[in-house]
Design a protein around this ligand. Sequence first.
Ligand SMILES: *Cc1c(COP(=O)(O)O)cnc(C)c1O
Length: 353
Amino acid sequence: MSTQKIPVTLNPNPKLPTFDMNAIAFGKNFTDHMLVADYENGEWKNVEIKPYAPFEIDPSCATLHYGQTIFEGIKAYKNEKGEVAIFRPDQNFIRFNTSAKRMQMPTVPEWLFMDGMKQLIELEKGWIPNMPECSLYIRPFMIASDPFLGVRPSSTYKFMIILGPSGAYFSAPMKILIEQQYTRATPGGVGFAKNGGNYGASLYPVSLAQAKGYDQVLWTDAIEHKYVEEVGMMNVMFVIDGKVITPSVEKGTVLKGVTRNSAITLLRDMGYEVEERYLSVAEIVDAHKKGLFTEVFGVGTAAVVSYISRLAHAEYVMDFDVDALKVAPALKKQLNDIRMGNIVDKHGWLLHI
Ligand SMILES: *Cc1c(COP(=O)(O)O)cnc(C)c1O
């Protein structure tokens, strides 16, 4: 598949010249251009890069009613020399098409997803802040677009890529409640796909945890609520007796995070033993009682590595001194150093633009 040159219509009123990179609001600021493509009669067409703007959809549009919609989240970085690189977008391309298949949507070809993203970023380079921990957030997504209320797969779709600058993501350490009633994903369900409904369904249980003074929930398995799965919209890692343990993705209820995969590789490079397996709440509590449970943290593209200062299972509360963490900060530094080009990218994870 050769590189295809996508037609570009430049934005006559770009916001970039007057945009203040010190006032970035994550998820609210978007760049001046977007990529759009239509799927009709079994093929992707009308591919173009054009000014970022709202667009019209019919009120009967299938995606509004039945949720045939998927997305990805990727980041591009600019180092001190001004060089731009995207972190492992090939993995997101694979996962996007995995999500598409599960939601009975068409897959997107590599030239559209990868070359489209590269061309759009090339055009929007000026939007990437080259300050520490800043990046450009890349949001590819697909929606069903048939104007039809019957429950069946849409025959038309829209694929788009939008971009937004992302500032240094300072987040306070999180307080997490282990979920005992609601579920994020079930075996045979759609937990491994990044489809819209998964996130809508998580909001109510999280609001209940927030009313109790927590920031997020630690999801447990749908059948018994015995085994831990993910923390909020991130994968989760535990340090118990010096070993790093992360829930297995085998059952399809844990999303295969690119950050999770990168973290496993880097932690092993750093000499840690990493286990991917089922981990029960009982084992966690037992390890805590024995003083062996030293760290728990979230990993994902948005916040990269998120520290957790409190984990509670009903009345049993486990507190962690975030200033004494070892594994999570070391992992965060490794990931940052690779992305900013401070250390050798020995796994070939950066796609240079
Ligand atoms: C996107 C996502 C993650 C993290 O995946 P990354 O590829 O590391 O960004 C983890 N869990 C869920 C539910 C997600 O949607």
